[in-house]
Design a protein around this ligand. Structure first.
Ligand code: MLT
Length: 310
């Protein structure tokens, strides 16, 4: 009977699926890397969310490991090269939390447009600063989406429903798909020059790292608002700080940071930022979806050799 270790907190229904499918499963969360290294040799599968970093050292200590399942989209918490070298399949759940992440980006957009977190803090502090929190409408504004894959496409759909104009930069977006989505496919510089709001929905790769840097901020419309619910390394934080302080960027909403957990970030304390602790996938629905999907996919692989989303 194959044996799986669930090393991060996943919906209990994942355990039910593994057991129903005839797979032995242990749930051991909060383990230190050395603790995982000490026990991983006894498992065929390892299921993680985002807390556990599956390093080359852990992989080297796992001669029997056949599959690593990431209950989420990004596999940047897994050393995929080391896993591949060791013949271990790495799979993710590319669709399970797309809606939830897109909704978080839209929530962040409204938080910026109406300064809701700042107004909340001020009102609860006993101030009644009605004139301080003048907002902007999103209706009729242009939303620039950088990365128009699963999540970006859902953001586009919701934004169009809000009567925004949507322009998208994504080298993988075909003109036909853009047309079907109702968005205008543009080059990055065009997007930067035209967007009132910019939202990032691309993975972090060598091509996208630091995509929003000082040169990019200089090309943007003064007063642009920026949302990042994708990956921290997409934005050069020092350059964003300068752009926020200069007023070139009116406000930014960030769910992700180059270093997480982000406890001491250079942007913290600025008046015009809104931050959340990587909550993009944090809804009951999304966590249920990704847990079920990863349990099914890993079971299919361990029992029948079927590879999905690897
Ligand atoms: C993901 O890669 O799926 C997201 O960053 C959300 C997460 O799992 O925390």
């Amino acid at each position: 009977m194959p044996k799986v270790l669930i090393a991060d907190s996943l919906s209990p229904r994942a355990v039910d699926i593994f057991r129903t499918r005839g797979i032995e499963v242990d749930v051991k969360t909060g383990l230190k890397p050395d603790d995982i290294k000490a026990i991983i040799g006894g498992y065929d599968g390892l299921a993680v969310r985002s807390a556990t970093k599956v390093t080359a050292e852990i992989i080297a200590a796992a001669p029997g490991l056949k599959v690593i399942g990431r209950a989420g989209i990004g596999v940047d918490t897994v050393d995929v090269a080391a896993a591949t070298q060791a013949g271990i399949v790495v799979m993710n759940t590319p669709f399970g939390n797309s809606i939830t992440t897109a909704e978080h980006a839209i929530a962040m957009m409204f938080a910026l447009a109406r300064q809701i977190p700042q107004a909340d803090r001020s009102t609860q502090a006993g101030k009644w600063e009605k004139s301080k929190f003048m907002g902007v409408e999103v209706t009729g504004k242009t939303l620039g989406i950088i990365g128009c894959g699963n999540i970006g496409a859902i953001v586009a759909d919701r934004a169009l429903g809000l009567r925004m104009k949507v322009v998208a930069f994504d080298p993988f977006l075909t003109v036909e798909r853009a047309k079907a989505l109702g968005v205008e496919k543009v080059e990055l510089d065009d997007l930067l020059a035209r967007a009132d709001f910019i939202t990032l929905h691309t993975p972090l790769t060598n091509d996208t790292r630091d995509i929003l840097n000082a040169a990019a901020f200089a090309k943007m419309k003064p007063g642009v608002r920026i949302i990042n619910c994708a990956r921290g390394g997409l934005i050069v934080e020092a350059d964003l700080k300068a752009a926020l302080e200069a007023g070139q960027v009116a406000a930014a909403a960030l769910d992700v940071f180059p270093v997480e957990p982000a406890k001491d970030n250079i942007l913290f304390g600025l008046e015009n930022i809104v931050v959340t602790p990587h909550l993009g996938a944090a809804t009951t629905e999304a966590q249920e979806n990704v847990a079920l999907q990863i349990a099914e996919q890993m079971s299919d692989f361990l029992l029948d050799g079927a590879v999905t989303n690897a």
